[in-house]
Design a protein around this ligand. Structure first.
Ligand code: C2E
Ligand code: MG
Ligand code: MG
Ligand code: MG
Length: 281
């Protein structure tokens, strides 16, 4: 069947498929242009230390200020960029932005201000050469090891095939820290926690959402938190939306939290202002 489809494949290439292909090509062009014209922006969501409400770190979240469609969220364009490999160039751009921003915040506020960057599975499947200069970029910026944290999902961290495992080692070797993102979303296993090189575990909003609604959720979260901390990890709860959730997480010993109860992702200037004001939540 595959063979006959292959031989006659073009006969199925109807006007509708042709149109879809044209649209894809046009969108790829549009995204390349967006990169060249700086239409992408990195917004930063503050990550709060639960014991004192201070802003200890931030997560870099990509936005696309589209000239016609307004401010687009990752859900509008990341999957497309992954499918077309453009995510590699975008990821490179995000890294440069974040390194330069981290350097500025470090200079302005003295202490190391850690920033988390998300990386898709595709970004771990390419070859080493792509990331060759990243170590130098970190050194030139004077950033301490661990100042930049790479967030990856379990699927990536448990992938022991060649390019992925090699990229993870390469990132570690250049002083990037690793975080396990979306823990508790879908079918999570504990296998990931056995990696010796993880620094952060991020509790998925799906777990946090159930806190404060009664039931076993607080006990489940508390157990995960102490398990992770026992392994030397810091725990960040994501999607914290209510004061009750915040309080339950604090009581459970959770280290950090991010979510709308504190602040969503904001443009650089806004986080700079919060840091300069010594803002606490
Ligand atoms: P993520 O890594 O799990 O990021 C957290 C998402 O939760 C963000 O969505 C954030 O805006 C949202 N969020 C923050 N506070 C709350 C809250 O209180 N409640 C709820 N329900 N959600 C909250 P966003 O910015 O739309 O990003 C979506 C996903 O896109 C991210 O999920 C991340 O995996 C991906 N992404 C973002 N930036 C990049 C990037 O530069 N590169 C790559 N490869 N992926 C990225
Ligand atoms: Mg994340
Ligand atoms: Mg993520
Ligand atoms: Mg997440």
């Amino acid at each position: 069947a595959a063979k006959s489809a292959g031989r006659n494949g073009y006969s199925y290439f109807t006007p509708a498929l042709q149109q879809a292909a044209d649209l894809r090509r046009a969108t790829v062009r549009e995204m390349r242009l967006a990169l060249a014209q700086d239409q992408f922006e990195v917004h930063y969501q503050p990550i709060i230390r639960l014991c004192d409400g201070s802003i200890e770190r931030a997560e870099a979240l990509l936005r696309w200020r589209h000239p016609l469609r307004g401010l687009l969220l990752p859900a509008d364009f990341i999957a497309f960029a992954e499918a077309n490999g453009l995510i590699i160039d975008i990821g490179e751009w995000v890294f440069r932005q974040v390194v330069s921003q981290a350097r500025q915040w470090q200079a302005a506020h003295g202490a190391v201000f850690q920033i988390c960057i998300n990386k898709s599975a595709v970004e771990f499947r390419c070859d080493a050469a792509l990331y060759q200069d990243w170590g130098n970029a970190l050194a030139r910026a004077g950033l301490a090891p661990g100042a930049i944290i790479i967030e990856a999902t379990e699927a990536v961290l448990l992938d022991e095939t060649r390019p992925v495992a090699d990229r993870l080692r390469q990132f570690r070797a250049m002083g990037l820290a690793l975080a396990l993102d979306d823990f508790g979303a879908g079918n999570t296993s504990l296998a990931c926690l056995k990696r010796g090189d993880l620094e952060v575990l991020k509790l998925d909003p799906s777990l946090v959402r159930e806190l404060g609604a009664g039931g076993a959720a607080p006990a489940v979260c508390a157990a995960i938190i102490s398990l992770a901390q026992g392994l030397g990890l810091k725990v960040v709860a994501e999607g914290v939306e209510t004061a009750a959730q915040r309080e339950l997480l604090r009581a459970a010993g959770c280290d950090y939290a991010q979510g709308y109860v504190f602040s969503g992702a904001v443009p650089v200037e806004q986080l700079s202002a919060m840091l300069a004001a010594g803002r606490r939540f």
